[in-house]
Design a protein. Structure first.
Length: 262
């Protein structure tokens, strides 16, 4: 009988042998250790830098509070990373400070600052640690209408224009008189009230003269860091917003807090 060309009878199956040509499995433990070490090298300096940042922010806030006599600790944020290199160089690139209820003088004066927001560039300590010096600074001071009213006498509120305030004078029950004045900036960090005019009600001449005298007297911003100059003032819903800026701005700590000030 003719054998079929594909007869499997004489085909011999060899034993199955695994393919040993694959590369051996590598031990990944050294790689994991190396990655862990790298992460540690990155995390530890960051943690140390954050600790130093928190410390300098706390000291700066305390020194500012004692120097400016604020009832609460200001909010302080040191910008830029890393802060440790800035401390080593002796100058902080940017520091933002927000303080509330700054009195007009050592004892509460006629016009406190409700809120002062500062952005300081190039902040460093003086050689004797008694002052903090900023290469330049920008600030916004909010003067609340109740405080402005206490300083001037009449009840002050926002006018019809961004540069105008309105004053209400109560002569008798149901007989109010309203007047308007334009706010502007004078030298010496002073706010002036000009263009006085009656806008509602009947005001006797003697009252008109008295109010004109009140508004002709500028009010001065006190307890503002040396070097800051008043640039503009506008009216908002809550009060007068004064913008200040300057170079070589100086912050002085209180006598009892000069040692170790920020």
């Amino acid at each position: 009988m003719q054998q079929h060309p594909y007869d499997y009878a004489d085909y011999t199956y060899g034993a199955y042998e695994p393919d040993d040509t694959r590369p051996p499995r590598r031990n990944r433990r050294p790689v994991v250790i190396a990655v862990g070490a790298l992460v540690a090298l990155l995390v530890v300096p960051v943690a140390v830098d954050r600790f130093a940042t928190a410390r300098v922010e706390s000291r700066t806030a305390r020194a500012f509070q004692e120097g400016m006599h604020t009832p609460s600790v200001p909010e302080v944020h040191v910008r830029g990373f890393p802060v440790l290199t800035q401390l080593a160089a002796g100058t902080l690139r940017q520091v933002d400070i927000t303080a509330h209820d700054i009195p007009a003088s050592d004892t509460t004066g006629p016009l406190p600052v409700s809120q002062l927001s500062l952005r300081l560039a190039g902040l460093r300590k003086s050689d004797d640690d008694k002052e903090a010096l900023a290469r330049s600074a920008e600030a916004t001071a909010l003067l609340s209408y109740p405080d402005v009213s206490d300083a001037l006498g009449p009840e002050i509120s926002r006018g019809t224009r961004p540069d105008q305030v309105r004053a209400t004078v109560r002569l008798a029950p149901g007989a109010d008189v309203t007047v308007a004045a334009t706010v502007s900036v004078l030298s010496g960090n002073r706010i002036a009230f000009k263009n006085f005019q009656v806008t509602g009600g009947l005001l006797p001449e003697v009252g008109r003269v008295a109010l004109r005298t009140v508004f002709e007297r500028p009010i001065r911003l006190r307890n503002i860091p040396d070097g800051l100059r008043l640039r503009s003032v506008t009216t908002t819903e809550s009060g007068l917003s004064a913008r200040l800026s300057g170079e070589s701005v100086t912050f002085r700590s209180d006598d009892s807090a000069r040692t170790g000030s920020a």
